[in-house]
Every structure is written in structure tokens, then in C-alpha cells.
Design a protein around this ligand. Sequence first.
Ligand code: MF3
Ligand code: CO
Length: 289
Amino acid sequence: MKLGRNDKCWCGSGRKYKQCHMNFDEKLDEYKREGALVPSHKIIKNKEQIEGIRESAKINIAVLDYIEQHIKAGISTEQVDRWVYDETTSRGGIPAPLNYEGYPKSVCTSVNEQVCHGIPSEDVILKEGDIVNIDVSTIYNGYYSDSSRMFCIGEVSDEKKKLVEVTKKSIEVGLEKVKPWGFLGDMGEAIHNYATENGYTVVREIGGHGCGIQFHEDPWVSYVSRHGEEMLMVPGMVFTIEPMINMGAQEIYTDENDGWTVYTKDGKPSAQCEVQVLVTEDGYEILAY
Ligand code: MF3
Ligand code: CO
């Protein structure tokens, strides 16, 4: 069914179609005719939804700030889990990982050769020289946010320090390519090039995702993609950039016993940083970091 010029826009803004997304849809159709993968209306956020995601993201950021101030050698990842639960719920949020597809904890804590989805445990004590990714996701008022940071515990080796620094910097390199009417592959290729130029590899099987109305939405976001490929970026899209960068080979496997923890096959360290971004009219806005 085609909307009339004076009908209310599909985005829920309450404005007339011709004053809202009509030109946008025409542009989208053009790209589609040329064979581009274009986003569905479902994943384009309106003002109200963006405001909701922004509020959720504020909690996510505050929780990670808290972790940043308290994480140190000698604490268990279970303690990190308690902090995340307490700091999220005291702000009115719900930790999104908790019970998500059977996930048992409130946060993912991935140490050294753990690539992602590490499960907090009393048995995992952070020690000097470890690098750890803390991946926090929040539901607030029905809106989802998702971001993660790397932490170095005490003094870490120069090798690991560089891996963490390159991973952090790769996010900035990717963000430079986030703008409307570009392609996700522009961003993915930039990250991939930057990582490989530094002698690292990039995990292929796990990527980022749309996020906001649900935890994981379209699009799938790869960092081994090519420029001009993957989904077209348009204003109102919200997704995560969360590359996993390996010091050694790209190959990974999932722990058979817990069903979650992902490791590097060669046992070498891996690092990951995650931001949640909104594509704006003229570039991007970081919602969660
Ligand atoms: N936060 C993770 C992500 O970036 C999601 C992990 S799912 C969980 O997508 F259940 F393991 F938490
Ligand atoms: Co994510």
C-alpha cells in the first residue's frame, strides 16, 4: 500500500508523508533499483525512539564508567557481574544479557584469549597483566543500549597494550566512514584494513547488529566487508560497531561446556571495543560507548 502525500508518515512522527520521509523513500527506491541492500522501515528510528535509546545508553555508559573506576587485580568477574546488576537496576534499568537466550549473567566478561561472551564467575580472578572486555547492555523503558570497553589490569605487556590501543583506535577509524548514503562495508573495510596493517586479524563469524527496539536487530555488521557493499546507511539507523581483533589467527571456537564463551583457536589474546551509533542527517552520533 502506497502512502499519499498528505497521509501521516510511516515513521510515527505524526507529520505528513510529504513533509517527512517521502523524499527519503524515493531515494531509497533508487538505491534499491541499482541493487543496493537497503534498510527496511522497521529499523529506522524516529525522534521519540532515539530519545528512548539515548536514555538507555546513559545508563549503559554510567555502568561502564563505574566498572572503569573499580576494576582491578584481585577481583572476580562475578564481582563485575554484581556491580553491573546493581548499577543498572539502581538506575531503573534491566541488564539485557540476563536470561537472554538462556545467558545466565548480567554482563559478558572476556579475558585475554576469550574473544567474547565470557561468563562471569567466582573462579575467574583478574590478575596483573590481563586484558579484559566488559560488554554491558541495558534495557530501559523498553529501549536497548549496548557497548563495551577494554581494560588493562595493572601493567600489561607491550604486545597486549598495543592490541588494546589498535582495537580502540579501530573504532575511530570505522566511525569516520559512518554517514548517510554510505555503506556499512565502507566502515567494515576501514576497520579491517587498519587491523591488518597493524599485523592483526579480524573475527569473521561474529559482528555488530542493529540495536534499540530489540537487543539484536538488522543489519548484521561485519568488519571483513568491502566498501560499497553491505547495507546502505541512512538517517535514523542505530547499530553497533564492535570488532573483535586477534593478535594471532582469526579462527575461533565456542566452549562446548558453557555454550557461550568464544575463544581464539590459537590461544592468543583478542580485544574488542563496542560503540552504539546513530546515523544522522550529516554523519553520526555515538549513543553508547
Ligand atoms: N553484548 C553482546 C553484543 O554485543 C550480546 C551478548 S548476548 C549475551 O551483542 F547473551 F551473551 F549477553
Ligand atoms: Co553488541
